[in-house]
Design a protein around this ligand. Structure first.
Ligand code: BGC
Length: 441
């Protein structure tokens, strides 16, 4: 575990020239203005009681749709290079939907903040379904329409956000939209999202884009013990989280045994899926400790883990945890990136950390500062170890609608009062601003 002797009081070491400092958000979590777009699977899901813990919806969220100018001013005040947001597919499909993103991109450019849109962050139009292969082609058509409109000002693009969570939480376990509990029958959802990614890369290239990535979630998987049953279970989990969406992209193949379970002409699809990307986005929060199945359904941090799963997720003891209960282990980020570099070698393109952050209450959020400080240092250790890292985005600019948790979990550098929608920068906002400024001094 922690071997680095430097402390939080030492200055953060310098990152390579041109390193991109940013913050992230996503459309469904902040925009609101649900009356000005078609429904997504998340609207349908949240409308059913019991799915979102506090019974809330994202109909208003942070009302970013109407307050985006204030939010861009917050970004400019933070002094970040780039802003990662997502484009809502159901909004784009609604009359005038692209106008909003047109205005947002103009506002960002005028403020000197580089727009980095994600084209899909889980809010699938309600009439579509990732179990249908055709959804991948529909995605590519939507991506072409977006590129045509914004491609003159947007140069850096992200195709998908965390297809692993969307597959596993949304379609295998049912705790996220669309709420399916298909377990391993959810695998076509993974394949169709990967295909959508590859087709989107082609559509973006056809529109002239040359700076394309994906945001996949990854974290080290630690076996609960050295027993072979625990090691095997951890390997299995590692395949699901760390290889199912990386091997096809970077190696053009599925991990052993999985290709056979995918629908369609997999070898032809893999050629599309492995269209080269310009960089690889990693969302990192924490490692996971995994052991052999416990033979019964367990509840892990609110996620129902059915007894049929060939693994069980276990508590990591002896480390601080966030309000969400997630362990705080900055070294996990160094371990993850150096491990990726070992696994994929020259096939791993430059890496960008597209999300990293934590949930804590309060305006004087010293725990968030400690979390971010620790992770930025851990990232630098990966750079020193030879990993080509080009950027870091904090999740998130604003407190927002945290999916099945509703508004109970606060990840923002900026506090949002959900009664008045007032924004108040937290202590971590000042910390990040000073850190980014110090990198340029
Ligand atoms: C997602 C975000 C989410 C964050 C914190 C990531 O899995 O991309 O949408 O809010 O983690 O849970």
């Amino acid at each position: 575990m922690a071997t680095d002797q430097r402390t939080a009081t030492d200055p953060i070491p310098r990152f390579p020239d041109g390193f991109l400092w940013g913050v992230s958000t996503s459309a469904h979590q902040i925009e609101g203005a649900a009356d000005q777009r078609g429904p997504s699977v998340w609207d349908t899901f949240t409308a059913e009681p019991g799915h979102v813990k506090d019974g809330s919806t994202a109909a208003v969220a942070c009302d970013h749709f109407h307050r985006y100018r204030d939010d861009v001013a917050l970004l400019a005040g933070l002094g970040v290079d780039a802003y990662r947001f997502s484009i809502s597919w159901p909004r784009v499909d609604s009359p005038g939907g692209l106008d909003f993103y047109d205005r947002l991109v103009d506002e960002l450019c005028a403020a000197g903040v580089r727009p980095v849109p994600t084209l899909f962050h889980w809010d699938l139009p309600a009439e579509l379904d990732w179990l249908d292969r055709d959804t991948a082609a529909r995605f590519a058509a939507y991506v072409s329409a977006v590129t045509e409109r914004l491609g003159d000002r947007v140069t850096k693009w992200i195709t998908l956000n965390e297809p692993a969570e969307h597959t596993l939480l949304g379609h295998a376990l049912g705790v996220h939209a669309p709420g399916r509990q298909l377990l391993f029958d959810a695998l076509p959802v993974a394949h169709h999202q990967l295909l959508a990614h590859g087709l989107a890369v082609q559509a973006l290239r056809a529109g002239g884009a040359s700076d394309i990535g994906i945001a996949n979630s990854h974290g080290p998987t630690w076996p609960a013990s050295r027993d072979s049953a625990d090691v095997e279970a951890a390997d299995f989990y590692d395949v699901l989280l760390n290889r199912l969406f990386a091997d096809p992209l970077l190696l053009g193949e599925y991990p052993a045994g999985l290709g056979e379970l995918m629908p369609g002409d997999v070898s032809a699809d893999l050629k599309v899926i492995s269209e080269p990307v310009d960089w690889y986005g990693v969302n990192y929060y924490a490692p996971t400790r995994v052991g052999a199945p416990e033979g019964a359904e367990i509840d892990f941090g609110g996620v129902r883990m059915p007894a049929e799963l060939p693994f069980s997720v276990r508590e990591i003891e002896g480390v601080p945890v966030t309000d969400f209960g997630w362990p705080v282990i900055p070294d996990g980020l160094t371990e993850l990136l150096t491990g990726f570099r070992e696994r994929y070698g020259e096939k791993l393109p430059p890496v960008v950390i597209t999300e990293n952050g934590c949930s804590y209450e309060g305006l004087d959020d010293q725990e968030r500062i400690a979390y971010l400080d620790g992770h930025v240092r851990a990232l630098h250790r990966a750079v020193e170890a030879g990993v080509d890292v080009r950027g870091y985005f904090v999740w998130s600019l604003l407190d927002n609608f945290e999916w099945a948790e509703g508004y109970a979990r606060r990840f923002g550098l900026v506090h949002v009062d959900y009664e008045t929608l007032a924004r108040t920068p937290k202590a971590s906002y000042g910390w990040y601003r000073a850190m980014v400024a110090s990198q340029r001094a």
